[in-house]
Ligand binder design. Structure first.
Ligand SMILES: NC(=O)c1ccc[n+]([C@@H]2O[C@H](COP(=O)([O-])OP(=O)(O)OC[C@H]3O[C@@H](n4cnc5c(N)ncnc54)[C@H](O)[C@@H]3O)[C@@H](O)[C@H]2O)c1
Length: 366
């Protein structure tokens, strides 16, 4: 492709604002349109980032010939439908995590993109996070010896929109929403080594008024070759977003604290505008992040996907990764439901969303 990549944003709120800001730093991308069904929302994003057109219906984006790539940032239950329609219209696709609600949907999405010759790029920003990229270089270079244990955690006090709390639209609670980051982080760190088994402990401890889903989860993966990985996820941790990783190896260890490790340690009596995602109060001590989206790898992620479209390269993270993560999530909920270790490959019951066995088990135990 000779000129810049024409981009359409589908969605206009939390993550789409991050997409827009990230793409605004990418010289090879031209944001041409944004679509979102609530009147005024797409207009707001268009104004903020000087995007030419805003629509209420995403089909107006995928009908345009000058749009090469769509970036999908909408609730999980819509991922499959919009991906398949965009693929049929010949658009390359950047899709937010988690991939979708069922493995059948994931297969349809991959098949649709293959059939229409478009790239399905799975937006897992942790594979682009500068600090974690450096950590992976240490591991790959042998600085830590043979890996034995990997840990990754993401914790905050709960999501910002209703669809995350509604398991019919989200497919699961915190394990689905944030465990998906950790699972792909581990797969990427270990160069897609196969996963043998999954064991998980989950509970709904704090947000019983908001959701039926899990708000705290531990997921243990056993990789072929013997590495263990532990994901810790919470929607009930106060004091702002936490994102950390640890790698233990036979010859070394590396710890990375993504947000606090890079933050200004601030004490403020009156408080101030913004410290970090979901910080809550900024009075007293707080951790003030700077260049948050860059530190998270969103700019690098979008630049990579635009480069893949412009120069026909293979993306670092694809629909196959999204599907593999989803399979692990299914196994994790099954394990939390049954109390036993679940072996991969795992075939969920037909029609189930990831959380369904866990919901059935809780109902049975009530
Ligand atoms: N990578 C990350 O770290 C990250 C962070 C946040 C969210 N996400 C993912 O991004 C997706 C969106 O989350 P969010 O936080 O932006 O949610 P949000 O509630 O802030 O925004 C959702 C957007 O979807 C739009 N939408 C709803 N129905 C639509 C439809 N039929 N057609 C077009 N647009 C529609 C809404 O109008 C809104 O603009 C979710 O899949 C979520 O898991 C990823």
């Amino acid at each position: 492709m000779s000129g810049p990549v024409g981009v359409g944003l589908i969605g206009s709120q939390f993550v789409s604002t991050i997409h827009a800001r990230s793409l605004s730093h990418c010289a090879d991308a031209r944001m041409l349109a944004v679509a979102s069904p609530t009147p005024g929302n797409a207009d707001r994003l268009a104004r903020e980032f000087t995007i030419g057109d805003s629509y209420l219906d995403y089909r107006q984006i995928i009908d345009r010939d000058d749009i090469d790539m769509v970036v999908i940032g909408i609730p999980n239950h819509l991922h499959c439908q919009v991906t398949c329609e965009a693929a049929a219209a010949g658009k390359h696709i950047v899709l937010e995590k988690p991939m979708c609600l069922t493995l059948d949907e994931a297969d349809q999405m991959i098949a649709a993109c293959n059939k229409h010759g478009v790239k399905l790029m799975y937006a897992e920003e942790l594979c682009f996070t500068p600090k974690y990229v450096r950590m992976k270089q240490l591991l790959d270079e042998g600085a830590l010896g043979q890996p034995t244990l990997l840990k990754q955690l993401e914790k905050h006090d709960g999501p910002h929109s209703a669809h995350f709390w509604d398991v019919d639209r989200s497919g699961g609670g915190v394990a689905m929403d944030m465990g998906c980051h950790a699972i792909q982080f581990f797969r990427w760190m270990l160069n897609n080594a196969p996963i043998k088994s999954v064991y998980a402990q989950m509970d709904l401890q704090v947000h019983t008024d908001k959701t039926q889903g899990d708000d705290n989860a531990l997921i243990i993966l056993e990789f072929e070759g013997g590495v263990t990985a532990l994901a810790e996820e919470s929607w009930s941790k106060l004091g702002g977003m936490d994102d950390r990783a640890e790698i233990y190896g036979s010859k070394g260890v590396a710890h990375a604290d993504l947000l606090r490790g890079n933050a200004i340690h601030t004490y403020s009596l009156p408080g101030y505008g913004y410290a970090v995602e979901k910080a809550g109060s900024t009075q007293g001590w707080s951790f003030t992040i700077y260049e948050e989206e860059w530190n998270y790898g969103f700019h690098q992620e979008m630049a990579h996907f635009v480069d893949c479209v412009k120069n026909d390269k293979v993306p670092l993270v694809t629909g196959h990764d999204g599907r593999a993560v989803l399979e692990v999530l299914f196994a994790a909920y099954e394990s939390a439901a049954s109390g036993r270790k679940v072996l991969l490959p795992f075939t969920p019951s037909k029609g189930d969303k990831p959380i369904d066995p866990w919901l059935r088990a809780r109902k049975g135990n009530a």
